[in-house]
Ligand binder design. Structure first.
Ligand SMILES: *Cc1c(COP(=O)(O)O)cnc(C)c1O
Length: 457
């Protein structure tokens, strides 16, 4: 065979960093449904959103038509510190699996925050700075987003207030210290510092908090303090736009060697890494230029795509955020304390929800123990200690590769390796000690939270 030997890592140079993000919505015939004002049931306008979000980010959020958005020089300069990220050919994993499949993964864990979230954090911090704001507020559950945002804010000299779900604040002191190293103030939520926090503490003394509650506190702080806005690390259209840098780099690297993936796999929490990875490929699919099998992988404990409904719902449990049309389990659904913290969201990006609804992608759910088995196999063969979230995608990629072994098909499989698992070693410990369990919601539990979806006339 005269085929050029594909290197273990396909690196790009700085000059090959994409000059613009790609907005999949521009190529969608069925656009994602607009965010609605929960009070009026009408699509939210720029004016209504401006007390909460940065102006330029609102424009990106509402823009369904512009295909390419130039990446400002300042953001590209920051990207250059840790991008382009490597695209790796998983030769060792292929050999271990004795599969004829060719496996590639795009590794987003090679920055201090340890995940892809930095790609959007830096963009959001930039637009806040450009608007002359003093700072931003946000919530963090598992801690990856808060860490990424504190790095981005320190780079641009912005104040960063992170409401961290109390149970994580107490159980993940190291994440908290990374954030403080970058100058963020980290507040355990619920806190006494907001009206909504005081109310929740009064009603539920001793509560260890929830993401929904932390969102409510962060939004209240942003709207009550002049010069502050609220930022969010997943789900929103703007976040998928920024994350398209992942897919654009991947496509450039694959194109150099004439590689075309048959299957593209990503884990799905709010949908941002998957939306970013698939962006240019989905663009080709939407324009009818190419076809790919695209698979979203979610935890069986929080199965928004595979067991949810496609409907308008609140993005937060506090029911103060806009309504989004998405695959959802209902905003009152509280997933079990699964170790894949970054995948525990009841809803899903409206863009991916529409694409899934229209048959452009598939979804599967996987259980925790097989996910950690895949994580361990991956660590032992490819060397990288994967985040539990990322390991959902690894599980699915391995299963596809094993299927190829059985059928003899030489498929090319691409998956997103979103981050590293150094802060998740308690989960690995449970797995190694045989103490890992999984809680899969019953049909009755799901029916209950779905029955509480907001009724729109
Ligand atoms: C947050 C996170 C995810 C899930 O978020 P998406 O918005 O669905 O991408 C996946 N992997 C890691 C490592 C994360 O930190």
């Amino acid at each position: 065979m005269s085929e050029k030997k594909i290197p273990y890592k396909i690196y790009l140079t700085e000059n090959e960093l994409p000059g613009a993000w790609y907005n999949m919505r521009a190529d969608m015939k069925e656009k994602p449904a607009p965010l609605l004002n929960p009070g009026t049931g009408k699509p939210l306008t720029e004016e209504e959103l401006s007390p909460v979000f940065c102006d330029e980010l609102i424009r990106q959020e509402l823009d369904n038509d512009t295909p390419y958005v130039e990446i400002p020089e300042e953001i590209r300069d920051f990207y250059k510190m840790y991008r382009p990220s490597p695209l790796v050919r998983a030769y060792c994993l292929e050999e271990k699996l004795e599969t004829p499949a060719k496996i590639y993964y795009k590794f987003e864990g090679n920055n201090t925050s340890g995940s892809h979230k930095l790609n959007s954090a830096i963009a959001q911090a930039y637009y806040a700075k450009k608007q002359g704001l003093k700072g931003v507020t946000t919530e963090t559950g598992a801690g990856q987003w808060g860490t990424a945002l504190s790095m981005a804010c320190s780079y641009f000299g912005l104040d960063c207030k992170v409401y961290m779900v109390k149970v994580s604040y107490e159980q993940k002191p190291f994440r908290r210290e990374v954030m403080r190293t970058y100058g963020a103030s980290v507040v355990p939520s619920p806190s006494e510092s907001t009206e909504v926090g005081r109310k929740i503490l009064k009603e539920h003394p001793g509560t260890t908090g929830s993401l929904g509650c932390a969102i409510s506190e962060a939004v209240e702080t942003a709207t009550k303090n002049p010069g502050y806005r609220y930022v969010l690390g997943s789900v929103l259209n703007q976040v998928l736009l920024h994350q398209s840098v992942i897919g654009l780099e991947t496509k450039t690297a694959l194109d150099k060697y004439g590689i075309k993936p048959d299957i593209i796999i990503g884990c799905a929490g709010g949908g941002s890494n998957l939306g970013g990875l698939i962006a240019p490929f989905m663009g080709e699919k939407l324009r009818g230029e190419a076809d790919y099998r695209i698979i979203a992988v979610e935890p069986a404990s929080c199965p928004s795509f595979t067991r949810g409904v496609f409907a308008y719902d609140f993005c937060d449990t506090g029911m103060i955020c806009p309504l989004a049309k998405m695959y959802t389990l209902g905003s009152s659904f509280i997933p079990s304390p699964n170790h894949a913290g970054g995948l525990r969201f009841h809803g899903m990006s409206t863009i991916l929800s529409q694409l899934y609804h229209d048959g452009f992608m598939e979804a599967i759910s996987v259980e925790q123990i097989p996910v950690f088995e895949a994580a361990e196999l991956f660590a032992r063969t490819e060397g990288i200690l994967p985040a539990p979230e990322s390991s959902h995608a690894i599980r699915a990629a391995i299963d596809e590769a094993v299927r190829c072994r059985e059928t003899g098909e030489e498929k090319t499989i691409l998956f997103g390796l979103t981050g590293t698992g150094y802060f998740d070693l308690v989960a690995y410990e449970k797995f190694h000690d045989g103490k890992m369990t999984d809680e899969i919601p019953t049909d009755e539990q799901l029916a209950e939270s779905i029955a509480r979806l907001p009724k729109l006339s």
